[in-house]
Write a protein that binds this ligand. Sequence first.
Ligand SMILES: *Cc1c(COP(=O)(O)O)cnc(C)c1O
Length: 343
Amino acid sequence: MQKKDIDWGSLGFSYRHTDYSYFSNYKDGAWDEGTLTPDHTITLSECAGLLHYCQEVFEGLKAYTSKNGDIVCFRPDQNAERMYNSAQRLCMPPFPKERFIEAVEDVIRANAAWVPPYGSGATLYIRPYMFATGDVIGVKPALEYQFRILTTPVGPYYSGGVKPVKLKVSDYDRAAPHGTGNIKAGLNYAMSLYPSVQAHAEGYADNMYLDPQSRTYVEETGGANLLFVKEDGTLVVPQSATDSILPSVTRRSLVDVATKMLGMTVEQRPVKFSEIGDFVECGMCGTAAVISPVGEVDKDDEKIVYGMEETGPVMRKLRETLTGIQDGEIPDQFGWVHKVDCE
Ligand SMILES: *Cc1c(COP(=O)(O)O)cnc(C)c1O
């Protein structure tokens, strides 16, 4: 297979269509068999439920080339499961989990020429999503849906090396207590755009959100979970009392890496904002960057500084270990790396 002629290392994070997308439609109570398509547009009714009552959920994962030359993706079963849960929360018919994994494999195979070579740092970003196509005018769940996967090649997250970032504690909330913060729905991002634009304009990489009920506990950022390290090396992972943290696949994988491979102690519990000044490292985690070190957190006039110079040793070790497993440089004792046969 001839790879596309692309300068992989200089790709950014923007959309560029590949050869195929995948879609399956839901109608009369059933999903159709699904198919690949070279058409990267969607024609919708002006009354589609997506456009009025925001029935949309999505996932994000990446396909890449591992050290031995295999095309792989990371824990697609976890994305299948999470999307199933997200769909149910918005009264959408969940896409069967086995079919989700097959569709991800099909679309990767069809776009194998777009999967960047090993060592380029680039990946083929896979975006499965689902939305209401059926007409609704009275408020209720639509009767018709589309499950779709688009793929787009993206460059290395850190082209100039990993650099700590600054976060700002937002005066806004990204989710409501017991709302939809724990599912991957586009509506959560609509909520966080305004504070996100503000934070960027003020020179911050992202917002740190506090729990929307008492505003005393740390939750997550707009699109990544948070991790902290105590002085004694314990990894501290915030839990939400109001169910408003997104269950990050990267975070759950890092917790397993920490306990089962690195012999670390992990505390998963509600974390008060007032205690994060006692921690020695902070990081954000998600599929895109795996871990981004956080060097400083600002709240009004208060500054909590972890260090803007370099990544702390624990975050570095966690990051190297997980990316090593993903790339096939460290044995995968968990069965997380999913090979896609692309003959
Ligand atoms: C997707 C997402 C994350 C990261 O999840 P991963 O599965 O690790 O990519 C974290 N927070 C929010 C709000 C998200 O939407």
